[in-house]
Design a protein around this ligand. Structure first.
Ligand SMILES: Cc1cc2nc3c(=O)[nH]c(=O)nc-3n(C[C@H](O)[C@H](O)[C@H](O)COP(=O)(O)OP(=O)(O)OC[C@H]3O[C@@H](n4cnc5c(N)ncnc54)[C@H](O)[C@@H]3O)c2cc1C
Ligand SMILES: *[C@@H]1O[C@H](CO)[C@@H](O)[C@H](O)[C@H]1NC(C)=O
Length: 355
């Protein structure tokens, strides 16, 4: 076996780093791939900056009203295809397909163009606009389609275990900058490290286009059967995301731009549970009946203009492949992003691609 194949370093063990590492491992089975990250899925007390530990997570499509959203829709469709296969073939991964429902109190132009039979979540999603008679009081628009949700802890650990079982390496370390990774794992006499994949979410904090969007949700023990979202007239949201494999249900959630407060606000919890009882009376009948497991607070790594997937030359023969800034959509775009990264690397590398 040739040992001259370049090693690859992936910074980050969130859903983006784990997905990129997985795709690169299948494209370059002979390369030694190492994930370097400050936090891993088995971390007991994840920080608010480790977004993947705090997500719902469901796939809720966004109508394709801008070029960025059209591009993200392609990434999301591809991800849906992979997630459906995972749900079918690997039940222990914590991914399940399910019905998705949406209600909107104040529908805008983005949804008014949608028609029953359109491809919304992906091909074969059974997308249907709800009849007026099917809408709850106050909602003016609604839809029904097939989607998926996942148990983030089970899923990220599954990705990591699979990566390691296939020969991937992991290294827990807090980098002071991305370029530090080139020298960190360079072995004496070993092949030079030329490629670092930057899936660091937002922690390096150098890109002025990066912002955070705080999200607070409540995990309750009761298990719902579908994922449902209501957008209220005042701009607030209420949604339910069941976590497969008996993980309970996420009652969410807030979207607070630039709010770094890392503790849960009790008044936010009360408001979410109250809104849930009002909006989804078939789930839990009263606030007192909820069995709360915990509050979640995470920072979505949002980037103006969308996720950055780009190769940056670094000195003579080194490069950093960027893959960060997925905002509130990291899970639902993950496989599409990872394949795009692998494609970028193929075009800019002498690593032989083996599929
Ligand atoms: C409340 C909430 C609900 C959400 N719901 C959904 C949802 O329903 N669907 C969906 O698709 N998305 C959802 N998201 C968004 C999703 O969580 C993120 O888009 C996704 O987790 C981003 O993944 P990432 O891998 O880019 O970053 P992260 O998960 O933040 O991972 C970053 C990684 O980089 C490492 N790292 C960073 N800096 C350094 C350093 N200096 N040295 C070493 N390692 C470093 C970290 O340790 C970590 O391993 C939600 C987010 C929140 C907060
Ligand atoms: C790597 O990612 C971070 C986001 O975490 C970004 O701020 C930074 O500019 C990227 N590039 C380098 C070289 O660190």
């Amino acid at each position: 076996m040739s040992r001259s194949i370049e090693p690859i370093i992936v910074i980050g063990a969130g859903v983006i780093g784990l997905s990129c590492a997985t795709v690169l491992q299948s494209r370059y089975p002979q390369a030694v791939i190492t994930i370097v990250a400050a936090e891993f899925p088995d971390s007991n007390v994840p920080s608010a900056d480790y977004a993947s530990a705090w997500a719902g997570a469901h796939y809720r499509p966004i109508p394709q009203s801008t070029a960025q959203l059209r591009d993200e829709a392609q990434l999301a469709f591809r991800t849906m295809e992979v997630m459906r296969n995972i749900a079918r073939n690997s039940p222990d991964a914590g991914v399940a397909t399910m019905q998705g429902i949406e209600y909107v109190e104040n529908p805008g132009d983005d949804v008014s163009g949608l028609r029953t039979g359109d491809v919304y979540a992906g091909p074969g999603d059974g997308f249907r606009i709800l009849e007026q008679s099917e809408l709850p009081v106050g909602a003016k628009w609604g839809c029904d389609y097939q989607t998926y949700a996942l148990n983030v802890h089970v899923y990220c650990q599954w990705l990591l275990d699979r990566f390691v079982a296939r020969g991937g390496k992991v290294f827990q370390y807090h980098l002071s900058r991305a370029s530090e990774a080139f020298d960190l794992l360079q072995r004496d006499g070993g092949p030079p490290i030329k490629t670092v994949v930057n899936c660091s979410g937002r922690n390096f904090d150098q890109d002025p286009k990066m912002k955070i969007i705080r999200g607070q949700t409540v995990l309750v023990k009761q298990q719902y059967c579908k994922t449902i979202t209501r957008q209220n007239r005042d701009g607030s949201w209420i949604f339910l995301i069941p976590r497969p494999r008996h993980g309970g249900t996420i009652v969410g959630g807030t979207k607070e731009i630039g709010d770094f407060y890392e503790k849960a606000r009790p008044e936010t919890r009360s408001k979410l549970l109250q809104m849930c009882v009002e909006a989804f009376p078939d789930f839990v009948g009263s606030v007192e009946e909820f069995e709360v497991i915990k509050d979640n607070v995470g920072r979505r790594p949002w980037r103006d203009g969308g996720v950055r997937t780009e190769v940056e030359a670094f000195g003579q023969d080194r490069r950093i492949v960027h893959s960060y800034g997925a905002g509130g959509r990291g899970y639902e775009l993950s496989w599409g992003i990872a394949e795009r990264v692998a494609q970028l690397m193929g075009r800019n590398s002498n690593i032989p691609a083996r599929l």
